[in-house]
Structure formats: C-alpha cells, structure tokens
Design a protein around this ligand. Structure first.
Ligand code: GLU
Length: 467
C-alpha cells in the first residue's frame, strides 16, 4: 500500500473550533499511527470571508494541541494557476464547459425542477453550445451518470446515483476563481492524500468529488464521514457548548493533552477506556472505533479529564503556566518559590488552571493586605478567637522545627493543655491565613507561606478579632 497521507483543510473564515479540532486530530492520528504524513491546507478561495488573522488562529490552535504537520500550511489562494491547468484539462477532455446563463436564469431552472417534484438542478442549457471563454462566464462540470459507490470508513458501503447527487456544478466562477470541490480534488490529488476523514456535513460533496476524480483519471481516496457533535441539549453545538475556538479552552485553563483526550472520545472509542496517552492514541486509533451516532459535547466530562491531567502533570510545568491566570486575578509576579510550593496542594482536585489560580491567589497577597471574606471574618475571627490566634502565632514563631508534622504535634499538645478541640482553632487560623473557610490543610499552608508570613497573618487576624 502506498504511504498514508491525510490532511486538515480548514477554511479560515473562523477560529479552530471543537468540531474542526476533532477532525484535525483524527486525521493526524490516522497518519501518525501508520507512518504516514499529515498536510495542513488553508482553503481560502473565498477571499471575501478569509482573513490572515484566522489562518494564524488556526495555526496557533493546531500548535497548542500538538498536531504538527509535515507539509504546509498551503494556501489555496497561491494555487490558482494549478487549478486552472486542471480546469483546462477537463474542458479539453469534454468533462467541462463554459456557461453564460445568468444567475437569475439558473434560479428559474431550479424553481422549474422543484415545481416538477425534482431536485433543483442546472438544466444543462449550455452543455452542447461549445462556448469559449468570455467575461463573466463560469465553467461547469459535465455531471456523469451511473452509480457512485464508495466504502465509507465510518458509514460503511455507500451507493447512490450520480444523477441524483450531481448536477453540472460550477467549477470556476465568472470572476475566474476556482470553486471548492474542484480545488479540493486537485489539492488532494496533488498532495497524494489517501484518506479523508471529515464531518458528515460534507457528505453531499463526496459524489461530486468522486466524479471529478474519475473524470481526471485520478485514484479516488478513501472517505470517512463523522457524525456531527451535539450540545447536551441534542441541538447543534453552539458557542455556549463549546463551538468556540480551542484557544478559549486554553484561556479557561485546560491543558492541551486534556482537550486532545476529550476530543478523541467525541466519536471514537476503544472499549470503555477513557484516558489515553498520546502514544496509545496513535497506536490504537483506527476507523474501527469511529461511532456512527452523533457525539455529545459534555463540559463536565471535559473537566473530569482535565482534572486527571492536572493531577498527573509535572508541578514545575504547571508553575510555569499559572502566572497568566494569577495575573488575571491581580497577582503580578508571584514569588516563584512560593508558587512551586503551592502547586502540589492544588493538583489533586483542581479541574482547570484557572481554578488552581483562584484557589492559591491568597498566598501571594501582601500579609498586611490579605482580603478576608466578610462572612468568614464575622463568624470565625471574633473576640473569643483573638487569644487563640495570638497563641497560634506564638507557637509557630517558637516551633523548633517548621514542618507540618511537628507543627501539628505542637498545636495538639497546646490544645490538649487548654482542654480545646482542634476545631476551635482550625477555622479561625484558616481564615487568618487564607481569608476564607476552605483551603488546603492548615500546616501545609503554613509551610507554603513560610514562618514569617504565617506569624504576620495570624497576628493581623488576632488584631482584627480583638478590635
Ligand atoms: N474547507 C472545508 C471546511 O472547512 C474542508 C473540506 C474537506 O474536508 O474536504 O469545511
């Protein structure tokens, strides 16, 4: 078998969204698992709707997801010459012809067909007129007859009549620009693409493309059409559900490997396995695991996958990613040592980097300016707790070894001596150190803050409590 070549050909009319990213991933995996090559091609023939910013955004999204390409990014707008060569070939071989029907005339033909209960179609008026080139004239493909069949990698054997599916569609516009179906076939053939996995919204293009391959005498690649992705309400994926740029997931604090693993499971499965390393995905991915029913986007599931990857991640890497999220919360230049110490406290539970940053921001507040939650302050930092907070400050100040276990021991001994339960000091100390009623363990928190900050925060709260 020849070398496997797959491609991802987005139109740069929008960001790289979840559906596009899934298509890119599946094609990338298919190539990578077979020693093949992966092509990135930007389909910008619709110049009015394509922008360089969107092309860059697609490249950024692919890079963030780690979906590297072996060839490209090619721009279709650079390849008009090549498309014209193929169009000329089709005209010369009688598979295409010039047409001067006005858009209004074509609309009228469609209406007539509809009124007769037929599929709206161009009626072939110019087929045998032998027109030459002329201003505003389009080039149409001469639709074939007979059976169009292919073995879809997802849907299985497909059979339809060319006549049903393909009319004499335009392959070059009146302004000279090539149309999508022509450009895509020329590119896929020129780039040696062997397998095309794409959304089933392209299903109606496939017979047109097969017809073009046949007319050009080119080998037809394998096609696979993926079911769409729905939101949890079973409606088309909307912005609210995640039809937004993958880079917004980065901004929400997801790690790229979590997004990739989640995308993989949107329509592909291997038994009931949920988590896959990149190597495993590459080895296991094949068309056999592709589902035929629509996939459902589920934020809670993405968060669960994300929590797993945050827990597993190298703490130093997370420490490198967190400053951006802390900055959004007003924490500029977090102390690196304190950040490194805080990260492991949040790894076991956090769903996103943003959530980690929200949890740990208090560590980086100046001791004298830490904001306390008003309710927590009123409830736990009271005149009764003032002496306890002061005693706690002294214990920390005088502890011979500043480490969680000995600290906890010395607190216990002191509380036992006072006939008090740990509960009596836990919340006041927690509020004093973190400003809130939920936080990591008290003594772990003290370790991150260091002895001096811990003492300062306890004394400040004692003063507030006594006031
Ligand atoms: N440019 C097309 C799109 O963005 C892709 C077409 C294809 O996969 O053949 O939907």
């Amino acid at each position: 078998m020849s070398k496997v070549v797959t491609r991802f050909p987005p139109s740069p009319t929008g960001f790289l969204h979840i559906g596009g990213a899934r298509t890119a991933l599946f094609n990338w995996l298919f190539a990578r698992g077979r020693g093949g090559e992966f092509v990135l091609r930007i389909e910008d023939t619709d110049q009015a709707r394509s922008t360089p910013e969107m092309t860059q955004a697609i490249v950024d999204g692919m890079t963030w997801l780690g979906l590297n390409w072996d060839h490209g990014p090619y721009l279709q707008s650079d390849r008009t010459e090549l498309y014209n060569q193929y169009i000329e070939r089709l005209i010369a071989s009688g598979h295409a012809y010039y047409c001067d029907c006005t858009p209004e005339a074509v609309d009228a033909m469609r209406e007539t067909a509809k009124a007769a209960g037929k599929k709206p179609k161009y009626d072939g008026s110019c087929r045998n007129r032998n027109l030459g080139p002329g201003p505003g004239r389009v080039v149409r493909f001469r639709a074939p007859e007979g059976l169009c069949a292919w073995a879809d990698m997802v849907k299985g054997p497909m059979e339809m009549d060319f006549e049903e599916m393909v009319d004499d569609f335009v392959i070059r516009r009146g302004n000279g620009s090539p149309m999508y179906n022509l450009a895509v076939v020329v590119d896929d053939a020129e780039m040696g693409v062997t397998h095309i996995i794409r959304g089933e919204d392209h299903l109606s293009n496939t017979p047109k493309q097969i017809a073009l391959y046949l007319a050009l005498g080119l080998p037809v690649p394998a096609f696979g059409h993926l079911p769409m992705i729905f939101g949890p309400d079973r409606k088309k994926l909307s912005k609210r559900h995640g039809a937004m740029s993958v880079m917004e997931y980065e901004a929400m604090g997801f790690l790229p490997e979590a997004v990739v693993n989640y995308l993989l499971r949107l329509g592909w499965g291997h038994g009931d396995q949920e988590l896959f390393t990149r190597q495993e995905m590459i080895e296991l991915f094949s068309e056999k695991g592709l589902g035929t029913s629509p996939a459902m986007f589920d934020m809670a599931k993405l968060e669960a996958v994300s929590a797993h990857y945050i827990k597993e991640a190298d703490p130093a890497r997370l420490a490198g990613l967190l400053p951006r999220f802390l900055a959004e919360l007003g924490v500029a230049d977090p102390d690196p040592a304190r950040l490194a110490a805080a990260v492991p406290l949040y790894q076991p539970r956090a769903k996103t980097l943003r959530e980690m940053a929200e949890g740990m921001a208090f560590f980086f507040a100046p001791d004298q300016a830490l904001e306390h939650d008003a309710e927590a302050l009123a409830k736990f930092v009271t005149p009764e707790s003032a002496p306890l907070l002061e005693a706690a400050a002294r214990l920390v100040e005088e502890a011979p070894v500043f480490e969680p276990e000995p600290l906890e021991e010395s607190f216990k001994t002191w509380l036992d001596g006072q006939g008090l339960k740990f509960k009596a000091v836990a919340q006041p100390v927690r509020v004093a150190l973190s400003g809130r009623t939920f936080s990591p363990g008290l003594f772990e928190m003290m370790l991150v803050l260091g002895r001096e900050s811990t003492v300062r925060r306890l004394r400040r709260a004692a003063a507030l409590a006594g006031a």
